[in-house]
Design a protein around this ligand. Structure first.
Ligand SMILES: *Cc1c(COP(=O)(O)O)cnc(C)c1O
Length: 218
């Protein structure tokens, strides 16, 4: 299994990208997206020092999480979340990246209050113009954030976004830059952007969390 080698190579590429743009590699978190991976892979990643694990489905996280209970792992939700799964998501995840509507934010707030938790979230922004992608449309973002900031059991740390699928990762760059500028304008610090195909461009545009799947497991 090449996972160890993949992780080494990935860390090297992250360090090199940070070096090119004068960023401190410790300011860029590698979030391993482990959807469809067996729990053994998660355990091995944790053993190799990966501290951030992401899933895109509540049910899958629920099934895997007990096996890592005693390990210092932060759990991230990166997939579309239905309001009827909000309660379970609050129970399972340290950070929910994919808050894509005020309605969902309100439901997470209600459930967090019930569970006595302040839930950390990111707002997912619709960057690409592709119909298939979810996220809050840019023109509505400031108004949604304003209302979300009124909710007492949510803490909005930043923004999450996805560039469209492009042949050349450099073409993803303007989308990442846009997200950075939006976050800066709103006083938000965390930027979840960059996947296996485009994370170097994301780092150079200020990503603080990379969501990486294929580059670890392929
Ligand atoms: C699967 C997934 C990723 C990881 O994508 P790779 O191309 O495998 O690195 C990142 N973000 C989300 C929301 C995903 O569902």
């Amino acid at each position: 299994m090449p996972m160890e080698a993949n992780l080494d190579a990935l860390r090297g590429r992250i360090a090199a990208a940070c070096c090119r743009c004068g960023r401190d590699p410790s300011a860029v978190r590698l979030v391993a997206v482990t959807k469809n991976q067996p729990v053994q892979s998660l355990l091995r990643l944790a053993g190799l020092g990966v501290r951030d694990i992401a899933e895109n489905r509540v049910q899958e996280a629920r099934a895997k999480k007990p096996a890592l209970e005693s390990l210092p792992v932060c759990w991230h939700m990166v997939g579309h979340l239905q309001t009827n799964k909000a309660r379970e998501a609050v129970r399972l995840f340290d950070l929910i990246h994919s808050v894509d509507s005020l309605r969902l934010a309100r439901e997470i707030d209600v459930q967090a209050k019930r569970l006595g938790k302040v839930q950390d979230i990111l707002l997912e922004v619709h960057l690409s113009g592709e119909e298939s992608k979810s996220g809050i449309p840019v023109p509505q973002l400031a108004a949604v954030l304003h209302d979300v900031r009124e909710l007492t059991h949510l803490r909005t740390l930043g923004l999450m976004g996805m560039a469209p699928q492009v042949a050349d990762p450099q073409q993803a760059r303007p989308y990442f830059r846009r997200l950075r500028e939006l976050a800066a304008g709103l006083g938000l610090h965390e930027l979840s952007m960059g996947m296996s195909g485009d994370f170097e461009a994301a780092i150079e545009e200020g990503a603080t969390m990379l969501r990486i799947g294929r580059a670890l497991f392929a």
